[in-house]
Design a protein around this ligand. Structure first.
Ligand code: SF4
Ligand code: MSK
Length: 657
């Protein structure tokens, strides 16, 4: 193993300050002993550039780069005269463009696959959820009565393609947006056209010498972000459900203890479900199971990580080994016989750590090659040629294992897979599936409000800590928590995604959870599935009693340990949709500037949501709860909540009266 020679010379932080995930901590300890440097160590030795962290620098042309000073934001302008508000809004816009492009490209890949399945050109996948196909079609005005599945699917494909390519007019899923929210968007001119056009225009406007008024740039930023949330991401979610099945809750094992020393361990990491679906077939192939046994293994153990894992574990009950900041550490177990990746959130460092521990790392998507990793391209017309080959290579690595194996003996159980459809059914039952019970419980105050806690982990934060403490604080205060992405795995490892975790909730939420048999923390999918939260919010508005627009709901969102540009795009589409959305770690805009004021106050004044920022989980919870209470008051349901707080002595007095 080629060691990071410099590692011993550097002063590294204590491992207990880097993560609350015990399995990851154990592996970080081993990595240091083995002489391998992880992202946690690299982050400690790579101080973030303060000008860059504030987005106060511009390198959009060769007259610069120009650096402005956050301490005196209006003291200087760029060589071209660009102000700090122009520079920051352009940088912010480009983050949104990149994040939106990632989700929408993923969604378009799913739609391409759907088209080929519908046209009969791909035989390895089929439409698994016809009911979902029909309900998605109906939601955008496609008549389904008397039509064959193929006819409906063809119409749906044709219609949804506009999500990407439509040059003018509103995207199809704008039909799902509550009327008053849509009116606000129309008033500000931010209803998205096709994502390709919106992202292209955002890149154009942020070029040197084009849009130089932050209050105009924000409109294009919102339009591109909404083209992601209500467009590209929503298509990705809906088509994945139609093709691979709509999730329903299943009990799943999480954490590194899901690796098995006596089996061939294969990990899938990334975001797109089709690779995983094919790998599920490959590991069940009798000839490959026999080959594994002939090599001395007890079987083949398929495991997910990050969002790929989230896509597959609810559809197949496949165990999940950890979130983003555990993807390097898992190689240190020595027990990974192959890792296969597709797109997004794949650290380049994986190639080196894989090499250190003698594990083959395979890239499979033409969009993502990694120097030092082997590329075996995944073709949807013949998916198993790729996944079978990877299984064969993993078996060979198992047979020739040389790395010392140390698997943390930590496994947790979580219940996940609460799609919008299931929540509807869970609360209302088969014959009266609806959000009425949720709205009623919010109105009567048993549930104070709803919070989406989502997003990444980041080596500049103690891994999982803010996610877990924030969620504990929210549920203790009767706030129902909805989760996606890596955050969900943090909570699963902390044991909060089981119905038994209801005892940690406040009395009102606990009562609802116990009645329904649900956890106080509902895991609903990968980071692209934040679109499910938008659908749920629309449904809550439509059900009635909680206002006319998403901005009226007693709800808030947070990405406490975010790191990716996708997170900024998600944050912006949440804000533009009407949510108060708080980010942790760092916020890439200088405080007390006009652009900061617009994001943190001005958008709310325009009828949308607003951004917030806090690093401390308790402060974050306080801000979110205060916002929820503000919305309850505006709805006139704050009194109802006070009623739930009467103690037993009061109750006895009332009963006696
Ligand atoms: Fe500097 Fe203006 Fe060029 Fe940006 S666009 S690098 S601010 S001169
Ligand atoms: S994988 S975007 S680290 S949630 Fe979707 Fe996790 Fe964030 Fe990537």
């Amino acid at each position: 193993m080629e060691k990071d020679k410099e590692i011993s010379k550097k002063k590294l932080p204590e491992i207990r300050d880097l993560t609350t995930c015990e399995a990851t901590a154990q592996m970080l300890e081993k990595a240091r002993k083995d002489g391998y440097e992880t992202a946690f160590d690299r982050a400690a030795n790579m101080k973030a550039c303060p000008i860059g962290a504030d987005s106060a620098c511009c390198k959009h042309c060769a007259m610069g780069p120009c650096r402005l000073n956050a301490k005196d934001p209006y003291g200087k302008v760029g060589v071209c005269g660009a102000t700090i508000d122009t520079i920051m809004s352009r940088n912010f816009g480009r983050m949104v463009a990149a994040g939106s492009a990632s989700h929408t490209d993923h969604g378009m890949a799913m739609l391409d696959l759907f088209r080929e399945v519908v046209n009969g050109n791909i035989k390895d996948y089929s439409i698994k959820d016809v009911h979902k196909l029909e309900s998605v079609a109906q939601s955008i005005g496609i008549e389904t009565e008397g039509k064959s599945t193929k006819e409906i699917a063809t119409e749906l494909y044709t219609e949804l393609e506009r999500t990407y390519t439509q040059v003018d007019g509103e995207i199809p899923f704008a039909k799902r947006v509550p009327e008053k929210t849509l009116e606000t968007w129309r008033k500000h001119g931010i209803v998205p056209r096709g994502a390709m056009r919106e992202i292209m225009e955002l890149m154009h406007r942020t070029h040197m010498g084009v849009d130089q008024d932050y209050s105009n740039i924000i409109k294009q930023i919102s339009r591109a972000a909404l083209a992601d949330g209500w467009g590209g991401s929503m298509v990705a979610t809906e088509i994945s459900d139609i093709l691979f099945g709509t999730p329903t809750p299943v009990s799943i094992e999480v954490n590194m203890g899901v690796l098995k020393e006596n089996e061939v361990n294969i990990i899938i990491h990334g975001h797109e479900p089709n690779l995983f679906e094919s790998m599920v077939e490959s590991v069940r192939e009798p000839s490959l199971i026999k080959a594994a046994k002939d090599a001395g293994a007890a079987g083949i153990n398929l495991v997910g990580m990050c969002c790929s894992g989230l896509e597959a574990f609810v559809r197949h009950g496949i165990p999940h080994a950890g979130n983003f900041m555990s993807t390097e550490a898992i190689f240190v177990t020595g027990a990974v016989d192959a890792m296969t990746v597709d797109v997004q959130c794949i650290q380049q460092a994986l190639a080196k750590v894989a090499d250190c521990y003698g594990t083959p790392l395979f890239t499979t998507n033409p969009r993502c090659h990694i120097e030092g990793a082997e590329h075996i391209e995944f073709h949807e017309h013949d998916p198993k040629s790729c996944t079978d080959e990877i299984v064969i290579r993993a078996i060979s690595r198992f047979k020739n294992r040389t790395a010392v194996i140390e698997i943390p003996k930590i496994k947790n159980i979580g219940v996940h897979g609460f799609s919008h459809e299931y929540i509807n059914y869970m609360l209302g039952g088969t014959f009266r599936a609806s959000y009425t019970p949720l709205n009623d419980n919010i109105i009567n105050g048993r549930i104070r409000g709803v919070a989406g806690v989502v997003g990444c982990t980041n080596p500049r934060m103690k891994q999982d800590y803010v996610h877990v403490e924030l969620v504990k604080e929210l549920i203790k205060n009767d706030v129902l928590v909805i989760q996606t992405g890596c955050s969900q795995i943090a909570l699963a490892k902390a044991g909060l995604t089981t119905p038994e975790a209801a005892h940690l909730a406040g009395p009102g939420l606990k009562e609802v959870c116990e009645t329904v048999g649900m956890p106080p923390v509902l895991g609903i999918g990968a980071c692209v599935d934040n679109s499910r939260i938008l659908i749920m919010a629309s449904e809550m508005v439509r059900t009635g009693g909680l206002g006319d627009s998403i901005a009226d709901l007693p709800a808030a969102g947070a990405a406490p340990e975010w790191m990716s540009e996708k997170a900024i795009a998600i944050g912006q589409y949440f804000v533009a949709s009407g949510f108060y959305t708080i980010f942790g770690v760092t916020f890439p805009i200088v405080e007390e500037t006009k652009f900061h004021k617009l994001l943190f106050e001005g958008l709310e004044e325009q009828g949308m949501g607003k951004w917030g920022f806090a690093i401390d989980p308790y402060e974050m919870a306080r801000l979110m709860i205060a916002h929820i209470d503000k919305k309850r008051k505006a709805l006139g349901i704050d009194k109802a909540r006070e009623r739930t707080l009467v103690d037993m002595a009061d109750r006895r007095t009332m009963d006696a009266a």
